[in-house]
Ligand binder design. Structure first.
Ligand SMILES: [Zn+2]
Length: 447
């Protein structure tokens, strides 16, 4: 879980870097889009009637990102979003249930870092997320380099507070190296004057604190003249929190199911307009559209997942409670995450039949769409289903403002929501037209 959250952040950093250098796109779009030709022996011609309303989807997106704002799992913002979604699902005629689950969150209830000698200076500092708290005082020792084991072998930090420059090595590696040689805490400082935040990838036994470059300058200046003593008092640590998946069911004529999902939680950095207000909004509009149509063959399950940003926690909790029988009746999972902003075409990721059918649906609607490769360390909720053998497709668009305060509603384009929604609606129509597996006929159209 923690590991995953840093990986998501890492992806954000990589995307930003990629944007800055234009050298390595993180999402590798296939140069030749697959254009499968389905021999449609059993599939009726699409009706062509799409009623997905992009303006309405945008309004849902605005309500989530502006009226509610930050939707961090286990916080009042998250709860407000869950209530809003449940209410909208109900208005669309879905049977709504909530699945709650507990997870390990982290909280800083107050942290102060002060130099106490040669003079008293309050430092601009904050614990790195998932750091342990504690009260520590001791001499500050500047560690050369970037905090590798070798760097630590050149100084004696036993019983002291290590001061290490940010960069290259993960925070947890620097901190573990410090703890290994007996440091009582570690201050990781920025080269730029500003402060920063981060997340520990692995557990560390000592307080791990981020210090702004401006404050680091004051420490380094003081160190030039002799011994520097600091005091850390940090009331930070993990807390048990409760997350909520909101599940809206549209009963079909059979118990074979199609799942449509998207996470509604955001990171704490910003309002998550695209990540993932856009996917949640698309889900809400699809629920409204499908709820207004004649009863489908398949039972449609709409799920707004919580705590995706903490490592797919909500979708994992959902698939975990499914029986083998329920899993075996799940024909497809469509995941919507971050498809309302950014650059480039709609991406419909997946290598199974559902993704092929999705790309072919886009082609029918003359919407440009491609398959793509995600970086190995990035992910979203469809993976929880794919791991259980469910055929999935992931709706996405390359976007470099994820997990930043700039991920605001003005980044979201109504036409992008419309493209994703229309393709999903067409895909649903085609999936629902395929014979049920309970019957003896062919399962899916073949290529
Ligand atoms: Zn997301």
């Amino acid at each position: 879980m923690k590991k995953f959250s840093i990986l998501l952040l890492f992806l954000a950093a990589v995307l930003l870097n990629a944007c800055a250098t234009s050298a390595v796109p993180t999402i590798t779009v296939e140069t030749l889009p697959p254009t499968p030709t389905f021999v449609q022996t059993t599939e009726p011609a699409p009706t062509g009637a799409t009623v997905f309303d992009a303006a309405r989807a945008y309004e849902y997106n605005r309500a989530l990102a502006v009226d509610i704002g930050k939707r961090v799992a286990g916080t009042p913002g998250g709860q407000a979003a869950a209530n809003y979604i449940a209410n909208e699902f109900e208005k669309s005629g879905l049977d709504v249930t909530r699945q709650t689950f507990s997870f390990e969150g982290w909280e800083d209830r107050g942290t102060s870092v002060n130099l106490v000698s040669p003079e008293t200076i309050t430092l601009d500092a904050q614990p790195i997320q998932y750091s342990v708290g504690g009260k520590v005082d001791g001499d500050v020792v500047l560690v050369p380099g970037l905090g590798s084991r070798d760097d630590f072998s050149k100084v004696n930090v036993r019983g002291k507070i290590a001061l290490v420059k940010r960069g290259t090595l993960p925070f947890s590696v620097k901190a573990q190296n410090a703890a290994e040689v007996g440091a009582t805490a570690i201050l990781i400082y920025n080269e730029a004057p500003t402060g920063f935040t981060g997340t520990l990838r692995d557990q560390v036994s000592i307080p791990t604190i981020a210090v702004s470059g401006a404050s680091a300058g004051e420490i380094l200046q003081a160190l030039k003249n002799g011994t520097v003593r600091a005091e850390i008092a940090s009331d930070a640590g993990t807390v048990q929190r409760t997350g909520t998946n909101v599940i809206g069911t549209l009963k079909g004529k059979s118990d074979e199911t199609i799942v449509l999902g998207g996470h509604f939680d955001s990171v704490s950095a910003g309002p998550g307009a695209d990540d993932n207000g856009s996917g949640t909004a698309t889900l809400l509009e699809l629920a409204r559209v499908e709820g207004s149509k004649p009863q489908p063959q398949h039972t449609l399950i709409f799920i707004a997942f919580d705590a995706e940003e903490l490592g797919l926690v909500g979708s994992e909790a959902y698939v975990k409670q499914l029986s083998d029988a329920e899993l075996s009746k799940m024909r497809a999972m469509l995941n919507f995450d971050m498809m309302g902003a950014g650059e480039g075409p709609l991406l419909l990721l997946g290598d199974g039949k559902v993704a092929l059918l999705a790309r072919s649906s886009a082609q029918q609607l003359k919407v440009e769409a491609h398959n793509a490769q995600m970086p190995a360390n990035a992910g979203s909720d469809h993976e929880s289903f794919a791991r259980r053998g469910v055929d999935t497709v992931f709706f996405l668009r390359d976007y470099n403002l994820l997990h930043t305060p700039e991920d605001t509603i003005d980044q979201v384009k109504q036409e992008y929501l419309g493209e994703a929604g229309r393709v999903a609606e067409r895909l649903l129509e085609r999936l629902d037209a395929t014979p049920l597996q309970g019957s003896k006929s062919q399962v899916m159209p073949t290529e």
